[in-house]
Ligand binder design. Structure first.
Ligand SMILES: Cc1cc2nc3c(=O)[nH]c(=O)nc-3n(C[C@H](O)[C@H](O)[C@H](O)COP(=O)(O)O)c2cc1C
Length: 193
């Protein structure tokens, strides 16, 4: 039993931008998160995880892309809301770094898509744990433009690629976040004989 591993996994928390101080996270930590993401399990070594890191002024580019996607979609649907538009534009500035995480589909489709999505989510968990180990706040958002039909083109991705979310990173104001899980026993069946 490795108490350190158990503690890291159990105490990892999602920390949201409202709980970031506004300080910039050291790029060396971001690089370590990406390096560890790159060691996720991968069937047939397709290594499908891809990242676009937005930091500094780059966060404004992300804001502009997502606000424009929102404007186009909501105006077509007649649901445009100026507050939401401004939120899309400015929200990225609340985080130190925002990492767009996407799955790059294997050209030969040598494994089912679900496996490549799974691998990419495992890469995200490695990022979560690395952030936590370095006392950095982070969380995965699948909100905003994650599932917008036009998002792939706007971010320069291929048609078969899948955005899985935006990983927000920032220095946490506090480290006493709590979470909960129902007992694992209710989710497990053992077959012993
Ligand atoms: C696939 C996935 C998508 C998520 N998307 C969102 C999201 O869009 N908005 C949000 O507030 N949290 C999102 N989260 C974070 C969860 O809210 C968070 O994991 C949950 O509250 C449990 O907290 P914990 O991670 O600290 O245990 C997402 C988490 C996962 C795994």
């Amino acid at each position: 039993m490795n108490a350190e591993v158990n503690s890291l996994i159990h105490n990892r928390r999602s920390v949201f931008p409202k709980d970031y101080t506004g300080e910039t996270v050291d790029n060396a930590i971001i690089q370590q998160m990406l390096e560890n993401a790159n060691w996720a399990p991968t069937h047939k070594f397709t290594e499908p995880w891809r990242f676009i890191v937005y930091s500094g002024e780059g966060r404004k580019k992300l804001g502009a892309i997502q606000a424009s996607l929102y404007e186009k979609k909501s105006k077509a649907e007649g649901t445009f809301d100026e507050t939401k538009y401004n939120n899309m534009l400015n929200k990225p500035l609340e985080s130190s770094h925002i990492i767009l995480v996407y799955m790059k589909r294997d050209e030969k489709k040598s494994v089912p898509e679900m496996e490549e999505l799974g691998s990419t989510f495992m890469a995200v968990q490695n990022m979560y744990l690395t952030a936590s180990a370095n006392k950095v706040g982070a969380y995965l958002s699948t909100g905003g433009v994650t599932f917008y039909k036009d998002a792939n083109e706007a971010f320069g991705l291929g048609p078969e690629d899948k955005i899985i979310g935006f990983f927000h990173v920032g220095m946490p104001k506090r480290t006493d976040h709590v979470s909960r899980r129902n007992p694992v026993d209710a989710k497990v069946q053992w077959v012993n004989s």
